[in-house]
Design a protein around this ligand. Structure first.
Ligand code: DGT
Ligand code: CA
Ligand code: CA
Ligand code: ZN
Length: 584
């Protein structure tokens, strides 16, 4: 049997494309979903599907992969292509895949635009909007045309940048790939990835080596590479997937620190570093710090620490290098107290199978304990969120009884707080009765509906929720989904002020799709004296690991652990609750 060495990533991409093209051609949602689930399942497998098939594994035994997809995987691995996909590609223009990702458009409308106006891709859609042709189609109108134009930017940007967790998975694979290259002495991933930005435009790899050729040969063997864009003596750039680029530079060991500092950026941070150097009679570039009067004299460069030190600066954690306040006079103490993942003791937003979570209460508790937490709050959805089978008062109280029983068994070693993610209804009030909410240990309120309301309406809804005596916190306060949906129109200054006044928390939602509040807003809230809470919003046991991304946002915001509620020990958190909960 002939086996094609197709990567899991490429296989998953084929099924993703199948799903998109099927959806565009009006295929029923179950079939479309089977392809999407299969793509996700394959992308998260640890070993290559090609190897599994070669050794006779039946893929349909894997959760998320049905018999049809198992069969198609086999065809792809054995023949290198999938006839159904090739047929679909002839019937449906591929550019429509971008169109269906525009918020508010979807597959049906994208196809309609194609049929009525001959739109093929983002560029021709923009053109049609600007001509006013879209507004003229039945079911679209002026307003839709406007919102398409606005939302196109999101898709255009998204197609070029990777979400932080996707970049993370790629880096893990690259690290493993380079593990097997003895020619590498040091390796680091610099740029926005090292600064933990929420999306990454490209990866910037730095290495030191006695044999740059061997390193670049190894790089060239990375399976996901689609094209080598450039290769020189010590520099190489490649492209993976449609547009994502990875740059690699081999640098001298004596310049390692200087290169790392330079290529970590940000550009704005480096501009300030260079001017600071100038004022001290020094010159900084990617090769080192030099005496400005005698540029052959190297002052520092081997480590980042010494580069910063000769400039009179503490070593600045990469997350802070955005030229915001890392050069301020209080920076050293801020850096010394910067929050770390280990500081997190609890997680106060998560879901179970009672609503749209994938794991039971017991499974979530076990996983939380295993991940080293002391306490969690279970916060399933309230009834308004019917797509997630939200809980009414009776069902919620039933869940709380189960939690009481579980806490008895846990006997103080770990505590589960009885919580709820209570929907803030379109008209303003909360989704559950005060009588019910008063029995909760922890109430977080959030908006899921009416996101297109005016700034005043949305702000008013959130401020009212903050003022509600039973509410402790607001979850994902701006509602944005990175690269997919803009935040709703909300006056964050008013929200922060209300949170301060009523002593309520604002969430940093750690899900990499949300990261809401973002770094800048979290910093503003903390400056105003508002306590933050970093939650995973876990919908499965694997999501506890997402806490890392929330902590990264908090670090980029310059927060200390005192500014984050769930860094408190179980007893200290209980104390806080006692002071901030109204029981009657
Ligand atoms: P990205 O890739 O768009 O997410 O953002 P970065 O920050 O990784 O930017 P990138 O990949 O263009 O460059 C990596 C770092 O290298 C950047 O943060 C600072 C440094 N750098 C690159 N080009 C320049 C430049 O023209 N001037 C200066 N001062 N620094 C640069
Ligand atoms: Ca970069
Ligand atoms: Ca770059
Ligand atoms: Zn949630």
């Amino acid at each position: 049997m002939n086996i094609h060495k197709i990567t899991n990533e490429a296989l998953a991409a084929i099924f993703e494309e199948m799903a998109d093209l099927l959806e565009l051609s009006g295929e029923n949602t179950f079939r479309v979903r089977a392809y999407r689930n299969g793509a996700m399942a394959i992308a998260s497998l640890a070993s290559p599907v090609a190897d599994m098939i070669a050794s006779g594994v039946d893929l349909s035994d894997i959760e998320g992969i049905g018999s049809t997809l198992a069969e198609k995987s086999k065809v792809i691995v054995e023949t290198g292509h999938l006839p159904q996909l090739e047929k679909l590609r002839q019937e449906v223009p591929r550019g429509l895949r971008d169109l269906m990702r525009i918020p508010g458009l979807g597959a049906k409308k994208a196809m309609k635009l194609h049929q009525e106006l001959g739109v093929l891709d983002l560029a021709s859609l923009r053109d049609a909007c600007q001509r006013g042709a879209v507004a003229a189609i039945k079911g679209f109108g002026e307003k839709t045309q406007q919102s398409i134009l606005q939302n196109m930017d999101i898709v255009e940007k998204a197609s070029k940048r990777l979400a932080i967790d996707v970049a993370d998975a790629l880096v893990t694979r690259l690290r493993a790939h380079f593990q097997e290259c003895p020619a590498i002495n040091q390796i680091e991933f610099a740029g926005s990835y090292r600064r933990c930005k929420e999306t990454v435009g490209d990866l910037d790899i730095l290495v030191t080596s006695d044999s740059p050729t061997a390193v670049m040969d190894r790089f060239a063997e990375f399976p996901a590479i689609q094209e080598i864009l450039a290769r020189g003596e010590t520099k190489m750039s490649v492209r993976i997937s449609d547009a994502f680029q990875i740059d690699m530079r081999v640098v001298e060991p004596d310049a390692w620190g200087a290169a790392l500092q330079y290529f970590t950026g940000s550009k704005e941070h480096n501009v300030h570093v260079r001017s600071l150097a100038k004022s001290k009679g020094l010159k900084v570039n990617e090769y080192g710090v030099f005496d400005a009067n005698d540029e052959s004299r190297l002052v520092a460069g081997k480590t980042e620490q010494e580069v910063y030190q000769v400039l009179g600066l503490p070593w600045i954690p990469p997350e802070l290098r955005e030229n915001r306040r890392e050069f301020a006079s209080d920076a050293a103490s801020r850096i010394a107290h910067l929050i770390r993942w280990e500081d997190i003791q609890g997680d106060l937003h998560m879901h179970t199978t009672a609503t749209d979570g994938e794991n039971t209460l017991e499974e979530m508790v076990q996983a939380a304990k295993d991940s080293g937490l002391q306490y969690i709050a279970i916060t399933d959805h309230s009834k308004r969120v019917s797509v997630a089978r939200g809980l009414d008062e009776a069902k919620l109280i039933e869940q709380w009884r189960a939690i009481d029983a579980l806490n008895q068994k846990l006997a103080g070693a770990f505590h589960v707080f009885k919580g709820i993610e209570c929907d803030i209804l379109e008209e303003g009030p909360l989704d559950l009765s005060d009588d019910c909410l008063r029995q909760a240990d922890w109430v977080t309120a959030s908006i899921h509906f009416g996101q297109k309301q005016s700034r005043d309406q949305i702000t008013d809804r959130i401020v009212r929720a903050i003022a509600h005596p039973c509410v402790h916190s607001i979850s994902h306060p701006t509602g944005r989904l990175i690269s997919r949906r803009n935040p709703y129109d909300v006056d964050m200054t008013a929200v922060v002020q209300a949170a301060k006044e009523y002593k309520k928390c604002l969430e940093i939602n750690a899900n990499p799709e949300r990261l809401d509040l973002n770094d800048i807003m979290a910093a503003n809230a903390a400056d105003a004296g508002v306590l933050l809470v970093i939650n995973t919003d876990a919908h499965s046991v694997s999501h506890f690991a997402l806490m890392k991304y929330g902590v990264q946002v908090a670090r980029r915001a310059g927060l200390s652990k005192d500014q984050v509620l769930n860094t408190r020990s179980l007893s200290a958190f209980r104390e806080w609750l006692a002071q901030h909960t109204v029981r009657s």
